[in-house]
Design a protein around this ligand. Structure first.
Ligand SMILES: [Zn+2]
Length: 620
């Protein structure tokens, strides 16, 4: 239940001119954690109670086979434990994010992590003990006991997952490989982070810059001199080119591990193994890739337009994120906040009421202060309300980040209010649907209200860049992962040359003649952390995006009754939390990711936006 940063992280924002300390910021711009616990003493009491409940839970070991009553007792106690854990964890965790220099609070945070580890050990007996009882018996118990029936989906899931669990001997053997399995990613982290010596480049203004990945992105997004962007690109990628054989060996090790585990557990492919957890058919990924590959024309048109507007003779990967125009309008937090109710109005009165709660105060931590955690997130504190951390710096990106995080928070609110605790959380596969949909609604509102041509074209670019980075790029990455894993599955050699050929082939397949290609882009695969840390993960950014595009189309229907139906189905999705497989939940909302038209909704959306931008922007 420990949640990380929001997965869409914006490029490094420029440092704020002057930073206020936390007590110089008015309370109405800070979250109020006393909604969780009034003070540290109350937190300590919660912590002690959690500790007692963990001991109580451990004592239930061996009772399940006695019948439905003990099973219900264990499930109910696990719920109580889980609910308390949210509050006990988030109180110090959010407090720590206010100022990460505070060692005392960090200590309390770690104290909870240690207790949580103790908790999962104390609960480890449950799954094997339940699975030793035949599913038919448990089904009879659930039939006879409505309170137990609440847990039906969670229980059936355990048995479904069981299909690929080995006998004790097999599982023991696999568990012995755990340390070995994590080694390739550990070496990758050491090589690319701990041991790396970042190059220094001299920019055209005489300034020397150390090219970390963050700096590289910042130069690409802000430096209007193409030669500077080229220099940063060359410096960063030469770093990987110099050690490309090592990266290829590490990536091969990651894929061999995946293939080993897949075969050991009886899956036909690494993709099948990766998707089994959420019960996603492999066709979802292949459909995503094929349909997107056939829909690259609007992407190419966008890049050709950029090349013309920027007045460049040649157009490279390092020219793809520089804004087409200078734009320094400020978006105050108050303005952005005031635009939310109007933006989300289409979702109806129930949504509006919940949004009003979120705006009532104490939920959002708005501004930067020394020591505060960077980025943005929405933290789902069960039994209280979601808390949102922002670092609002008056940019357009910051305004959209507010809309995005609010989308997450409304999802959390609806899911927590309508589901029993066991299904209150939702999977990553669905999580970014409401946040991207909130951004799309916000964009539409902003486009409708602006009378300024320049602002309109900046808004269009914002939307297009979102589709390029969270959809097209992620699909291309998923395509790369799939092709690379197939080499391993069919016993073909994996060398740096082969991996670079795959990547380069994809870059060309997606961008055609819209790019001028540099040899160094071939090795881009070597620097993508997700490939090493979480294989077959990035496709979910794209499927969430496609789902939200499809829902947006339905919510914009010209027919009032269709629109109403779409709102109902969408709210039902948000209220459903994790009560079923994500594909089933999305299908009920009218989104079928196994069908090409769902993916084509994004292609069409991009096509429309690029046409609008072409009409809007004067080409010299
Ligand atoms: Zn998000």
């Amino acid at each position: 239940m420990i949640f990380g940063m929001d997965m869409f992280s914006p490029a490094e924002a420029p440092a704020a001119p002057s930073q206020r300390t936390r007590d110089q910021i008015e309370d109405r711009f800070k979250w109020n954690l006393s909604h969780i616990f009034p003070d540290w003493e109350a937190w300590q009491r919660g912590y002690d109670e959690l500790d007692r409940k963990i001991v109580e839970y451990a004592a239930l070991q061996g009772t399940l086979k006695k019948g439905p009553e003990p099973l219900l007792r264990a499930l109910t106690l696990a719920d109580q434990l889980g609910q308390l854990e949210y509050k006990v964890w988030y109180f110090p965790s959010l407090k720590y994010d206010e100022d990460q220099r505070d060692n005392t609070i960090n200590g309390r945070r770690q104290q909870v992590q240690i207790l949580a580890a103790k908790g999962s050990q104390a609960m480890a007996w449950f799954n094997p003990e339940l699975l030793a009882i035949p599913l038919e018996t448990v089904r009879e118990w659930m039939q006879a006991n409505p309170k137990l029936a609440v847990y039906r989906f969670a229980i059936e899931e355990l048995y479904r997952q069981q299909e690929h669990v080995l006998d004790d001997k097999g599982e023991h053997l696999l568990s012995l490989s755990a340390q070995l399995s994590s080694t390739p990613n550990d070496i990758y982290a050491a090589l690319s982070t701990a041991d790396v010596r970042h190059p220094v480049v001299r920019l055209s203004n005489g300034q020397d810059v150390t090219v970390t990945y963050g700096q590289y992105r910042a130069i690409l997004a802000t430096n209007r001199n193409q030669a500077d962007r080229a220099a940063a690109f060359k410096a960063l990628h030469e770093l990987y080119a110099n050690t490309t054989n090592t990266y290829a060996s590490l990536y091969n090790a990651v894929m061999q591990r995946e293939w080993f585990h897949s075969q050991a557990r009886g899956y036909a492919s690494t993709l099948e193994a990766a998707l089994h957890g959420n019960n996603i058919p492999t066709q979802v990924v292949t459909n995503l890739i094929e349909t997107t590959k056939a829909g690259t024309e609007p992407l190419r048109r966008y890049h050709r337009l950029r090349k013309r507007v920027l007045g460049l003779d040649t157009y490279h990967v390092y020219d793809t994120t520089i804004p087409l125009q200078e734009f320094d309008r400020q978006y105050s937090y108050e303005d952005a906040l005031a635009w939310l109710p109007a933006s989300f109005e289409r979702l109806g009165p129930e949504y509006a009421r919940l949004l009003n709660d979120a705006l009532s105060g104490g939920w959002i931590d708005v501004y930067e202060n020394p020591g505060k955690r960077s980025g943005a997130y929405s933290a789902p504190v069960y039994g209280v309300h979601p808390y949102m951390l922002l670092n609002h710096n008056n940019t357009l990106d910051a305004a959209f980040t507010l809309a995005h995080e609010m989308g997450h928070s409304m999802h959390t609110q609806l899911s927590h209010a309508h589901q029993p605790f066991v299904y209150a959380g939702y999977t990553i596969f669905v999580a970014e649907v409401p946040s991207t949909l909130a951004e799309a609604l916000f964009l539409e509102y902003m486009l409708a209200r602006t009378t300024d041509e320049r602002e309109r074209s900046v808004l269009l670019q914002h939307a297009i860049d979102g589709i390029v980075s969270t959809f097209y790029t992620q699909v291309m990455f998923a395509d790369y992962e799939l092709q690379a894993h197939k080499l391993v599955e069919s016993g073909r050699p994996v060398t740096a040359e082969v991996l670079s050929d795959i990547y380069f082939g994809l870059l060309k397949a997606y961008h055609g003649d819209a790019y001028d290609y540099d040899d160094l882009t071939r090795i881009t695969w070597a620097r993508i952390p997700h490939f090493y840390s979480t294989p077959y993960y990035v496709y979910q950014y794209a499927t969430c995006f496609a789902s939200s595009a499809q829902l947006m189309t339905q919510l914009s229907s010209k027919s009032e009754s269709e629109r109403r139906g779409a709102i109902d189905r969408y709210l039902t999705l948000l209220k459903a939390g994790g009560s079923d497989h994500p594909m089933t939940l999305l299908q009920r909302a009218g989104v079928d990711l196994s069908k090409p038209e769902t993916i084509r909704a994004v292609v069409d959306q991009l096509d429309t936006l690029v046409t609008q931008l072409e009409n809007e922007i004067a080409v010299p």
